[in-house]
Design a protein around this ligand. Structure first.
Ligand SMILES: [Ca+2]
Ligand SMILES: [Ca+2]
Ligand SMILES: [Ca+2]
Ligand SMILES: [Zn+2]
Length: 507
């Protein structure tokens, strides 16, 4: 609380009588509907799964607008702006962002951010359709519309047909990965210019269309697939299980796999009457929306991951780390490497540099530009050294494979950030490992204006994780150490993430 302010007093508390301000009463009813939906359809006790009281701030003001436009979830409460109080779908949407913080913790950027937005729309609309909230418009013609209760902004998105332009700020979203409406943002081309955090409110359409195909009653023919809707109660259970299994850096192919495996799990455990026939509908919806395919634009596409082992051989792990240790674990760190918390309750959760972005598990190692260093020269070099010493065996093939994502500064074609992998033999001098890469190796040269030379390394943006692989076989017979070196110039979302590093032989 700032000095001069008075403490907040609740306008209405649980079980209390209606008050004069309609926004308060509507929000009270909407939160009640959202709570009951979570309990009944997901089996979840409130946002944190542990009964946290639901709180909302209505007619919220900031320094410039009063009330603010829009609404959002702020760590532990729902902030309700102008013309927003009316919609129970909107209330459940914002609460779902809170649930995500406590579960998959999907990072609010590119495809993981689009999936985050899609989950919020899906649970928002599921709740809307199974609940009759007084003061909201529940006519069947509004089914699968999001935000239809807003008087001025009107519905903003259609889950049935995301390509429809709706409402005052009408925009079109993709209904499949190859849709011409797939949003290639300025951030896809230059991560220094975030554009809807990589199109999160647009590319949510792919997930929304799949949810409609899966949940809406009736037979839907779309993109060559014939899907029989399984209804909201079954779909809600499947989506909730998916939400608990995805990593924070999940992309659409991960959502595709999680939908089919979650459905199979629930059908095997006889949950909510889900059957293998229902799971066939889920798989058809995944195929129809092309979730496993990359978007058509190379600027938005992910880099296909490196293979693990040649066909007909399998991996024997020599050493591995997933960065799940909240401390530095088996790493020696200098400079700006950090391991963000596994749970995303930071109010600035849209700032990716403060958020976990993990390919597996809950954590990953991140080299980033902290905001308080933005305007301070010079560029920064950070080193993470794996304490584990590898003994590379003779007479077999040894690989090092790791997951990485990058959002590194590029300015007018100049790479202002780069990442390097280095090794040393038997405690000798560190050497560049660029020549050892077999898959997804270095991409470009650092600009010499950074003051760290013009060495070729990992540059630019990947919009998500990919896996790179090096062949360590030429180092056989030596004690090998590995380190990651990042040079990141000022740019507010410059970052390099590492996860799931493994050294292994294939045989
Ligand atoms: Ca409603
Ligand atoms: Ca709605
Ligand atoms: Ca991890
Ligand atoms: Zn949202």
């Amino acid at each position: 609380m700032k000095s001069g302010c008075t403490p907040a007093v609740a306008a209405r508390v649980e079980g209390g009588p209606a008050v004069e301000l309609a926004d308060v009463n509507q929000t009270y009813d909407n939160l009640g509907a959202a709570y009951n939906f979570l309990a009944t359809y997901l089996g979840r006790d409130s946002v944190d799964g542990n009964g946290i009281p639901l709180r909302a701030l209505v007619r919220a003001c900031d320094g410039t607008s009063c009330p603010v436009a829009g609404s959002f979830w702020a760590t532990d409460h729902f902030v309700v702006g102008d013309d927003i109080a009316a919609g129970d779908d909107i209330a459940t949407h914002e609460l779902t962002h809170g649930i995500i913080d406590y579960t998959s913790n999907l990072a609010y950027t590119f495809q993981s951010g689009a999936i985050n937005e899609s989950f919020a729309d899906i649970f928002g609309e599921f709740e809307d359709q199974v609940t009759a909230v007084p003061g909201t418009n529940d006519q069947p013609k509004n089914d699968w519309l999001f935000g239809e209760d807003q008087a001025r902004y009107q519905p903003v998105r259609s889950l049935a047909d995301p390509t429809r332009a709706l409402g005052r700020n009408g925009y079109r979203s993709p209904d499949r990965m190859h849709s011409p409406h797939y949003f290639v943002s300025a951030a896809d081309i230059d991560p220094g210019s975030p554009d809807d955090s990589g199109g999160v409110h647009y590319n949510s359409g792919v997930g929304n269309k799949a949810a409609w195909l899966i949940a809406a009653p009736g037979i839907h023919v779309f993109n060559g697939q014939r899907v029989t809707g399984i209804g909201i109660p079954k779909a809600a259970r499947i989506y909730y299980r998916v939400l608990q299994t995805l990593p924070s850096a999940a992309n659409y192919p991960d959502l595709a796999d999680a939908l089919t495996t979650s459905c199979a799990y629930l059908s095997a455990h006889q949950t909510e009457g889900i059957t293998t026939t229902d799971c066939l509908q889920v798989e058809r919806a995944v195929i129809a929306t092309e979730m496993r395919l990359p978007p058509l634009s190379p600027a938005a596409a992910l880099v296909p991951p490196a293979p693990v082992c040649p066909t007909d051989t399998s991996a024997t792990v020599l050493a591995a780390d997933g960065f799940e240790n909240p401390g530095t674990g088996p790493w020696t760190i200098t400079g700006q490497w950090r391991n963000p918390p596994a749970q995303g309750t930071d109010p600035a959760y849209t700032d990716i540099e403060y958020h976990a972005y993990a390919r597996e598990g809950k954590r990953a190692l991140e080299s980033y530009t902290p905001s308080d260093l933005l305007d301070k020269p010079p560029p920064r070099q950070s080193i993470a050294t794996w304490k584990t010493t590898l003994t590379v065996p003779a007479a077999t093939t040894t690989y090092l494979r790791f997951q990485q994502a990058r959002q590194m500064s590029v300015d007018e074609g100049k790479n202002l950030g780069a990442g390097y992998v280095e090794f040393r033999l038997d405690g000798g001098l560190w050497q560049d490992a660029g020549k050892l890469f077999t898959d997804n190796g270095y991409t470009g040269a650092l600009d010499k204006s950074t003051g760290y030379g013009a060495r070729t390394g990992f540059t630019g943006s990947t919009h998500g994780y990919t896996a790179s692989r090096l062949n360590l076989t030429p180092l056989a017979g030596h004690q090998v150490q590995i380190r990651f070196v990042s040079v990141i110039d000022k740019n507010y979302i410059s970052a390099w993430w590492l996860d799931d590093i493994r050294a292994y032989t294939c045989s």
